[in-house]
Design a protein around this ligand. Structure first.
Ligand SMILES: [Fe+2]
Ligand SMILES: [Fe+2]
Length: 282
């Protein structure tokens, strides 16, 4: 794999010999994984700038493009390729993506951070018809000396998936788990469902988990993020955490509650925990 620090609108962040993260302007992080025979791009980001040119500079191996879930800040660059893998449960979300929707998301981010908004004439990728290929729990991508297994972790969206590599003990998780995980199913039902998904993942993979790559932080996270997130969910369900109105929810006009109070914008909990959760208070 070849990298330059800055390529077009993207910044690269090497993690291991085989894994490099690609950081976009919308605070989104894509991941390129290179095996001996093939490469895999996990997520295509906000669709701001030509990610395909960057990836083709970095690797000349045949490429599979895999999307973690159907949100616009993860699918926006997909139209630069002819086909991508995505769990069928998120295909309708994918089809709701528009260039205008991504511009509006970017505006929310800029407002939240106090920057001037970008103009509408920025290099956002245009939507076009491309082929979606189904992605299922247990599918394995064999890259040559490096395998990535698809693990479903619904909660953020119905079709959210992660990629697991046994040798490194790494999980690439999209938004399925991050510092500040937003659950899509409203209220208590969503919390209980997500708690069960997390417990299931930790039962199966927890003792082999070395590090975690989530989609809105380029640095590797410790496995602690899974346990802290589970603790947040359990705390809300037990009544230990009453919750705080979430500032981001106010910005996007959704009644979101967060389990824990945070400092700053990057999802750091005041109690030092790594895994806050937000849910729709309905
Ligand atoms: Fe998302
Ligand atoms: Fe996201």
């Amino acid at each position: 794999m070849r990298i330059k620090g800055i390529m077009g609108y993207f910044v690269t962040y090497p993690v291991t010999k085989r894994i490099c993260r690609i950081f976009g302007i919308g605070q989104e992080v894509m991941t390129l994984i290179e095996g001996d025979e093939k490469a895999l791009l996990f997520d295509t980001g906000m669709g701001y700038g030509n990610l395909r040119q960057v990836v083709e500079y970095m690797t000349d191996k045949p490429l599979e493009v895999v999307i973690s879930h159907g949100h616009g800040d993860h699918v926006g660059g997909s139209y630069l390729w002819d086909e991508v893998y995505l769990n069928e449960k998120d295909w309708d979300l994918f089809h709701r993506d528009t260039r205008e929707g991504r511009i509006s998301t970017m505006n929310v981010l800029m407002d939240q951070r106090g920057y001037d908004r970008l103009t509408d004439n920025e290099p956002y990728v245009e939507v076009r018809d491309i082929r979606l290929k189904p992605l299922n729990e247990g599918d394995v991508f064999h890259l040559g000396g490096y395998d990535l297994e698809v693990v479903a972790l619904p909660g953020h969206t119905p079709g959210s998936v992660m990629l697991w590599n046994e040798d490194d003990g790494v999980v690439l998780c999209g938004d399925a788990i991050c510092r500040h995980t937003l659950l899509s199913v409203p209220g208590r039902a969503g919390l209980e469902f997500y708690r069960d998904q997390l417990r299931g993942f930790l039962d199966k993979y927890g003792d082999r988990l070395n590090f975690v790559l989530s989609s809105h932080n380029p640095s590797p996270e410790q496995p602690k993020i899974f346990y802290d997130t589970l603790e947040s969910v359990e705390g809300v369900l037990s009544g230990k955490y009453k919750g705080y109105p979430d500032a981001f929810g106010k910005l996007i006009g959704i009644p979101l509650m967060a389990a824990k109070e945070e400092v700053g914008l990057e999802g750091f909990c005041k109690d030092g925990g790594l895994g806050n959760i937000t849910w729709i208070d309905r």
